[in-house]
Write a protein that binds this ligand. Structure first.
Ligand code: CTP
Length: 210
């Protein structure tokens, strides 16, 4: 199978010396790419800026902005059997200024919406393709995750508390929800464990499209 994975943050430049981003480490996506190779699949990893080394045996496509990530994913999506969308895609971007903004006491920045990459893939999805999204939620994780799963036409969604992607250790709530209504409690499990669990649960639907 060809497994497509997105990982890491995106970066939206304000001017040549400043950008807007988020603290995603990309680690879950990298673990998923490594697990794909271990299971004998072809893995393509589209990742934003991370400090992680390219995993062996994985085709890595490095991008910076949400729109670059969308272009790279759209290129590989049509012939993949599963997309794990773990990237923390920036929801907005500023207008890029070619010359450095001079320091001011106060100024406002207008932000424009980025495309929802996963929802776009949800619209293009064909039989035999499995879409797995991730979500960060501070309240009502399961209800909020269910709503996102439906809105983006996903097969599964992994819902986490924000701390999950920032810190490596510690307690966190985490649930995998399926389109069929199953809820798996993965709270406090390691990312290694979660990445194996995702393959065991989610890829069954790849070989049995229903
Ligand atoms: N996602 C995406 N494109 C975006 C925003 C999010 O593809 N512009 C994907 C993420 O990679 C993730 C899923 O959508 O797999 C849910 O992301 P999340 O940030 O939790 O949800 P949003 O759709 O951005 O909604 P909100 O921030 O309002 O909760």
């Amino acid at each position: 199978m060809k497994i497509l994975i997105s990982a890491g943050p995106t970066r939206e430049w304000i001017d040549p010396v400043r950008y807007i981003s988020n603290p995603a480490t990309g680690r879950l996506g990298y673990l998923l790419a490594e697990e794909a190779v271990r299971r004998g699949h072809e893995a393509v990893l589209v990742c934003g800026p991370t400090g992680l080394e390219n995993p062996a045996g994985v085709k890595v496509v490095r991008v910076e902005t949400a729109r670059q990530m969308e272009t790279a994913l759209r290129r590989h999506f049509p012939d993949c059997q599963a997309l794990f969308m773990t990237a923390a895609v920036g929801d907005w971007r500023p207008r890029f200024r070619r010359t450095k903004l001079k320091c001011k006491r106060k100024f406002s920045l207008t932000l424009f919406p980025n495309p929802d990459i996963l929802a776009g893939c949800g619209r293009l999805k064909k039989n035999g393709q499995t879409l797995i999204g991730c979500a960060l939620e501070t309240n009502n994780l399961v209800e909020a995750g269910r709503a996102k799963l439906r809105r983006k036409n996903l097969d599964f969604i992994l819902v986490n508390e924000p701390g999950f992607f920032g810190k490596e250790k510690g307690r966190h709530q985490s649930f995998l929800l399926s389109r069929r209504g199953e809820v798996y409690d993965l709270s406090n499990r390691s990312k290694e464990d979660i990445s194996r669990f995702l393959y065991d649960r989610c890829l069954l639907t790849c070989s049995n499209p229903s």
